[in-house]
Design a protein around this ligand. Structure first.
Ligand SMILES: NC(=O)CC[C@H](N)C(=O)O
Length: 235
């Protein structure tokens, strides 16, 4: 851990929230709550990110919230933030978590890109369908099933079971993993077809969830995110 990173033995953790549009306030509340559930206390600092200058290299992590990926993407382009953001996310010292629209922005492939449309940060090896669950089912709640036993540790601290309620709002889904570097974190049974679909994945320092963990009481996903940061700082 670099000097100056400790305040009375407590790790300082700085998390940025991309506060352009969408559900970022709920993430702030969930992060504060999750910080109190960690096994070791941290000194959590939450900072807004709306400009390229605010993407400070010393910031530990970033949340790209759910909202409307097209709106966020247009904002990033207009404000020359796309490249600085891609660069920041690709720094292995940083942890990034994209929820819903955030997942779409991180993905290397979406159906829109295939048609030569909207571009994204294109950093995570996943092929995503933007509105996988259809327009008529705009929002639903379903049990999400954890795929990775290493998650259990984080989830036990709150109300862990191997399923938990997930809120899906015009949610995307991962159609395909584009490399072996991506691990599946969770799946859901599609309410329309019953098919098992991937709704959470991780590739090194990038996490994507198709649902909105900031909208459910259980803040275990935020605990998991903060633990990734703490572990990275400790190595
Ligand atoms: N809740 C969400 O973030 C919805 C994302 C939406 N499907 C999009 O294309 O941006």
């Amino acid at each position: 851990m670099p000097p100056g990173d400790l305040k009375s033995g407590v790790a300082i953790v700085t998390v940025g929230l991309l506060e352009i549009q969408g559900a970022f306030l709920e993430h702030r509340v969930a992060l504060q709550k999750a910080a109190r559930l960690l096994s070791k206390p941290i000194d959590l600092h939450l900072v807004e990110v709306r400009t390229a200058e605010q993407l400070r290299p010393e910031m530990d992590a970033l949340i790209i919230p759910g909202g409307e990926s097209t709106t966020i993407s247009i904002y990033l382009k207009r404000n020359s933030m796309e490249e600085p953001l891609r660069h920041w996310v690709q720094n292995p010292d940083h942890v990034t978590w994209g929820t819903c629209a955030g997942m779409i922005l991180l993905s290397k492939l979406t159906e829109n890109q295939k048609q030569g449309g909207q571009s994204s940060l294109a950093v995570m090896d996943i092929d995503v369908s933007r509105n996988y669950f259809g327009r008529q089912v705009q929002s639903f709640e379903a049990d999400v099933r954890m795929s990775d036993s290493s998650l259990n540790k984080a989830f036990k601290k709150d109300t862990f079971q191997d399923t938990f309620p997930g809120v899906f709002i015009r949610a995307p889904a991962i159609l395909k993993l584009l490399s072996d570097d991506v691990k599946v974190l969770a799946t859901v049974s599609d309410p329309n077809t019953g098919a098992k679909v991937i709704v959470a994945a991780q590739q090194d320092n990038m996490i994507s969830t198709a649902f909105h963990p900031e909208l459910t009481e259980d803040c275990a996903w935020h605990v998991y995110f903060l633990e990734q940061i703490v572990n990275k700082k400790a190595t």
